[in-house]
Design a protein around this ligand. Structure first.
Ligand code: ADP
Ligand code: MG
Length: 738
């Protein structure tokens, strides 16, 4: 008799791996999820290591130059690389490949082609050439282009980005090789998020290298990369509720819904223990992302009930932005497997916190040095101070463009709502750096403030070292130890655009500062001369731009007043913010650094305005439908019930003054609700009849207030209508059923 596993055990194991609940076999327990995750990390990404192993040495050497120094790749090598990619992908079950790109929708796009190719003899072979790898040709007219592409001039190209590794995207029984690509029009204009991002990284690298050269610290450095680490907040709700809420399905947020008596007041959700179902979901998300080489690291409950966060380890901005898209994709994709729906909208629920994306940003050399690391004796770290002051100057001069880069109809609900940073852009530096900046302004900085250790007062607890500055969660742009953190980015947004802007404005600022330094110090300066030049130039920079630095409470009303007196812009909404993209100075800025031509910038300005209008129009139409076909019938039924009760009481000769009053008040409320529906309808028609370039302004001025009025009345109705008549899942259910 065999002493292998019994038949039942085998059946059980198969059932387990097929996903049947409660069938976990003994053998499964011997491998921990961590072991699996570590073993499978990067299985579905054609990593640099895997490429090195599979490519002929000479090809790898050439390719390495491209990824490390961003040197152009010889087209003749593409066939060899394509063949290696195809073999690797087919071994992993891939049947198709796609050029994967990021149009101005904010999401990603793909069109699959099979590796299978008829051989002309009645059979088929698998084939994939260098040409197919390098270039694709999607129809450009069906993507947002802000008027750059008309339907009759549809041609567009995708171009392989060799600096972001290809990966496999899996569904239950399909695998597709995804090739990160840029997307441009037939005439070469960027129609995507990646092209300007890559250009902005080139621009920043060129200027940062000049700074390193000035300090003589450029040994072995051929490239400065920007780095990004993005913390993603999201909501999870039971999918059945999602499917019963047309507003969530069409708009990603609840357009109406009365507050739950309990939401986040008790502050008991943040960092609370993670519910079982959610934890299983998180683990599945992490495993899938890890397979694709996305280095996920952190998970926790966020402030609002039903809200969570995921954070990866930072990477070079280009790869980080691609990976950020994958994070959003996998979160949405995995949730239904657990009966959940993942909401990435910036404000799915009124009255509780919305979701953002903290974009941690720094600059690092190809030799691995973080240029925003202040080190111990910061006051004497002149090179760091130059980079720091360049960021300060950049954000002061072009804070409005940064603000525009995070503007969207969704994010308008969040910014300035006392839960997220205000729409006023300022910089938090913390105690130590603020002190050094002050020293720089008044003379030569002589010391670095030290904070010492924290004594917790109990014998057994360790003395813990303190950070050089406290945290400030209210700041939109905070220095956090060795990087800046842009906190105002929206949760559903692509981070490529804010990173592009950040890189560009810092490149501009570095260009200005290093130009002055070179001029002041002259050729081959001595150490003293160099330091004198730095002190002189930075002193001016600080004098001029210190108004942007604010370490206090950004939520307070005092700050709004103070910011106004400092002359800092307060661009409260998307309509105001987008205007920053439509100025001569912004056009010159992007043009000078070859990031966007004036035409490309204009197409973005147009696209974002149009998206705003379309977005709010969809919301208004959805709200009208909900109001007319769901809320109104429920209200009418409730009204009839009340009327029947009054009539019944009166027929029975029972005094029912109070009840009659309830009925009268309800009828009045229902009347106002009807008027409000008619009002929203009229305002929408009026706004959309404005000329194209004005529509977004009219939508903002007319439709948004009308939607708010209608919602208020709908929520009041919800508070009165019998629970069994209310047709939509309520906040208390969506937020608390996990
Ligand atoms: P927090 O205190 O905000 O949670 P963490 O130290 O956990 O900050 O880091 C948050 C994010 O910042 C992570 O994604 C992390 O990888 C990223 N990060 C850390 N260092 C850098 C850097 N030099 N450049 C860009 N991102 C970074
Ligand atoms: Mg953070």
């Amino acid at each position: 008799m065999s002493d292998g596993p019994t038949r039942q055990a085998v059946i059980r194991e198969v059932a387990y791996y097929a996903g049947e609940p409660n069938t976990r076999p003994e053998s499964a327990r011997t491998i921990s999820p961590l072991q699996t995750a570590v073993a499978e990390f990067g299985e579905d990404v054609f990593s640099w290591r895997a490429m090195r192993e599979r490519l002929p040495k000479s090809v790898w050497k050439a390719f390495e130059k491209t990824i490390e120094h961003h040197a152009p790749l010889d087209h003749a090598l593409a066939d060899t690389i394509a063949a290696a990619m195809k073999d690797w992908a087919i071994e992993r079950g891939a049947t198709h490949y796609t050029h994967w790109f990021q149009p101005l929708t904010g999401g990603t796009a793909e069109k699959h082609d099979s590796f299978m190719h008829p051989d002309g003899q009645g059979d088929a072979i698998s084939a994939f050439s260098g040409d197919l790898l390098v270039q694709g040709e999607p129809d450009a007219s069906s993507f947002p282009s802000g008027g750059l592409r008309q339907t009759f001039e549809a041609r567009g190209y995708t171009a392989w980005d060799p600096t972001s590794p290809v990966f496999i995207n899996r569904s239950a029984d399909n695998a597709v090789l995804c090739i990160p690509t840029a997307f441009v029009s037939y005439t070469g204009e960027a129609l995507d998020q990646k092209t300007p991002l890559l250009r902005s990284m080139d621009a920043l690298s060129a200027q940062a290298l000049r700074v390193l050269k000035f300090f003589g610290s450029d040994l072995g450095v051929t490239r400065v990369f920007t780095t990004a680490g993005t913390e993603q907040e999201y909501f999870l709700i039971d999918r059945r509720y999602y499917l019963s809420r047309p507003d969530l399905m069409l708009c990603g947020r609840t357009l109406l819904g009365a507050a739950s008596p309990k939401d986040q007041q008790l502050e008991d959700h943040y960092f609370g223990s993670i519910p079982d179902r959610v934890l299983s979901f998180m683990a599945a998300v992490e495993t899938e992302l890890a397979r694709m080489g996305v280095p996920v690291k952190t998970r926790h409950n966020e402030v609002a009930p039903g809200q969570f966060e995921l954070a990866p380890v930072f990477e070079n901005s280009n790869i980080a932005c691609d990976h950020q898209q994958l994070i959003m994709h996998v979160l949405k994709k995995q949730a239904p497997r657990f009966g959940l729906q993942c909401l990435l909208h910036e404000k799915p629920f009124a009255g509780v916190n919305g979701s953002g994306k903290h974009n941690n940003w720094s600059m690092a050399t190809n030799t691995g040095i973080n240029l925003l690391d202040p080190q111990d004796e910061t006051h004497s770290n002149m090179q760091f101070l130059v980079f720091l002051c360049a960021v300060i100057q950049a954000v002061d001069m072009h804070g409005d463009v940064l603000r525009a880069s995070i503007a969207s109809a969704n994010n308008d609900h969040r910014l300035g709502a006392n839960e997220a940073p205000p729409a006023i852009i300022s910089i938090f530096l913390g105690e130590m750096l603020s002190d050094i900046i002050e020293q720089l302004e008044t003379g030569a900085p002589g010391h670095t403030k030290k904070v010492g250790k924290l004594d917790l007062g109990a014998m057994t607890l360790p003395m813990i070292p303190r950070h050089s500055g406290d945290r400030n969660r209210t700041s939109p742009f905070a220095f956090t130890g060795n990087k800046f953190e842009v906190r105002a980015v929206g949760s559903s947004q692509s981070v490529a655009w804010p990173n592009t802007v950040l890189n560009t404005i810092v490149a501009e600022s570095l260009n200005d500062i290093v130009g002055q330094l070179e001029h002041e110090a002259g050729p081959k300066p001595t150490r003293d001369k160099m330091e004198a030049a730095v002190r002189k130039v930075l002193k001016q920079v600080i004098k001029k731009h210190k108004r942007i630095v604010f370490d206090g409470d950004n939520y307070s009303a005092d700050w709004h007043k103070e910011a106004e007196s400092r002359g800092l812009p307060n661009l409260k909404n998307t309509v105001e913010a987008l205007e920053a993209l439509n100025t001569e100075s912004t056009r010159a800025l992007f043009n000078r650094h070859n990031v966007l031509t004036p035409i490309e910038l204009e197409s973005r300005f147009d696209t974002y305005r149009e998206q705003y209008t379309k977005h709010i129009t969809i919301e208004a139409r959805t709200l009208l439908q909900l109001a007319r076909t769901l809320v109104n019938p429920a209200a009418l039924r409730h009204q009839s019930d009340l009327a029947e009760a009054v009539a019944g009481a009166e027929a029975a000769g029972v005094a029912c003054e109070t009840l009659r009053q309830v009925l009268e008040e309800f009828c009045d409320l229902a009347d106002r609700f009807h008027e409000s529906i008619a009002d929203l309808d009229a305002k929408l028609v009026e706004a959309l009849s404005a000329p194209h370039a004005e529509q977004h302004k009219r939508i903002h001025a007319l439709v948004i207030p009308a939607m708010a009025d209608l919602r208020e009345l709908a929520d009041e109705l919800e508070a009165h209508v019998a629970d069994d008549l209310w047709p939509l899942p309520k906040y208390r259910e969506m937020l608390f059923v996990r």
